[in-house]
Design a protein around this ligand. Structure first.
Ligand code: NAD
Length: 395
């Protein structure tokens, strides 16, 4: 099959297996180009391991620290005439690379919110790994079926309290327009917290603790975002921000129980805004990311998922020094993004951006190429005219 990109709004419905593998190889190469982590993790569970920050966490643990990794994710295999989702191909690539480096790597594809997938994961840890020392929680999902009630909850990306009007960009067509988003109702707020808040992370950690599968001193990290004032109505103060507040609540509760388990800890790392499948779905944010990329690239401070997570592990979690927490107990990997010189420039550029000057005032080209890379397109050295086998079996 010759696989070409098919972009529909903020998703690409095709993915290129060789391109995804090349993308994963770039990330592995980055981690290998850095000094190995001293005292890094050895047995790692990554929940949401197939794309974005979760995949970067898995690559960093495996190739920076020689860790055994168990990945949990929800991806669709190929079907007749249709390639698999990118996370499927990414996982095959990272698993093959880890195993050829002599590392343990296994995968569980299914709904991480369900009791059944938790049970399968616990069984595999018990049989293969004994106890784990790091749990990364990196799910980004539009819905959750609650394991206790069976209710289906859908998350929404909306402001809270009042409607919000701002600029946004159709990244595919390059059109800048004004968007008004109506505020979420109480049910939508509650549902978003149920999907993207901390309850499921707590359920995972409780299940692992009850089964005695957490090594003494085990740590757990979940990821969040804050961002600049221009996006606060839709992010920090919106439905997703309320869910992230609940994730912070969960971090404190999990932290207390891990501290009692041989001095472990749990915390939130606030990461940089980056092009991922999750972030491309948020209105306004892609325009902000396009401006941010231009400014950070010019300053030489631009990072992608892999640079962020490698920095998190190397300079914070496994640096041999105490972790630097902010006043709310979070690690701030968004520190370079939030520097005043960057944010002041964003504030200056934001009102000026139009469809006509989008390419000169922003890095929309960089946004688009990062977006295509998420699906395995635009990678150097890949012949996109060649036939490629889309039906790869999960390893
Ligand atoms: P992503 O879409 O790239 O990855 C999401 C992962 O979750 C994938 O592995 C997917 O398979 C998995 N997943 C989704 N639903 C699942 C389910 N029901 N069961 C099992 N697995 C499931 O997202 P991302 O941008 O890497 O986001 C990960 C975390 O990082 C989120 O908490 C997000 O809020 C946070 N974050 C993202 C950004 C950003 O700009 N992208 C910035 C800061 C923090």
């Amino acid at each position: 099959m010759v696989i070409k990109p098919k972009v529909r709004g903020f998703v690409c419905v095709t993915a290129h297996p060789a391109g995804c593998a090349a993308h994963v190889q770039e990330w592995i190469a980055h981690v290998k180009s850095q000094p190995p982590l001293k005292g890094g993790p050895k047995k790692v569970l990554v929940i949401g391991s197939s794309t974005g920050y979760g995949l970067a966490s898995r690559v960093t643990a495996a190739f920076g620290s020689g860790a055994a990794t168990l990945g949990v994710f929800f991806e669709r295999p190929s079907e007749e005439g249709r390639p698999a989702t990118p996370g499927w191909y990414n996982t095959i690539a990272v698993t093959a690379a880890a195993r050829s480096a002599g590392l343990y790597a296994k995968n569980i594809n299914g709904d991480a919110f369900s009791d059944e997938i938790k049970r399968q994961t616990l069984d595999l840890i018990r049989t293969d790994l004994g106890q784990i020392d790091l749990v990364i929680y990196s799910l980004a999902s539009p819905r959750r079926t609650h394991p206790k009630t069976g209710g289906v909850h859908k998350s929404v990306l909306k402001p809270v309290g009042q409607s919000y009007t701002n600029k946004t960009v159709d990244t595919d067509k390059g059109l800048v327009s004004t968007i008004t988003i109506e505020p979420a109702n109480e049910q939508e707020i509650a549902d978003t917290v149920t999907v993207m808040g901390g309850e499921d992370w707590e359920m995972w950690m409780q299940a692992l603790a009850d089964a005695k599968l957490l090594a003494p001193g085990a740590q757990s990290i979940a990821y969040s975002y804050i961002g600049p004032q221009v996006t606060w109505a839709i992010y920090k103060n919106g439905t997703i921000g309320l869910a992230k507040n609940d994730l912070e609540r969960a971090a404190k509760a999990i932290d207390s129980s891990l501290k009692a388990n041989g001095g472990g800890r749990a915390f939130i790392s606030v990461n940089k805004a980056l092009v991922t499948q999750a972030s491309s779905a948020i209105p306004v944010v892609p325009l902000y990311i396009s401006i941010l990329y231009k400014l950070m690239k010019a300053k030489g401070t631009h990072e992608g998922c892999i640079e962020q997570i490698q920095r998190l592990f190397a300079t914070q979690v496994y640096s041999g020094k105490p972790i630097q927490f902010d006043e709310a107990g979070r690690v701030r990997l968004d520190d370079w993004e939030m520097r005043p010189e960057i944010q002041n420039a964003v504030t200056e550029i934001w009102p000026q951006v139009t469809t006509e000057n989008l390419t000169s005032l922003t890095d929309i080209a960089g946004y688009r190429s990062e977006f295509m890379k998420l699906f395995g397109f635009g990678l150097p050295g890949i012949n996109y005219e060649a036939e490629v086998e889309p039906h790869l079996l999960m390893l």
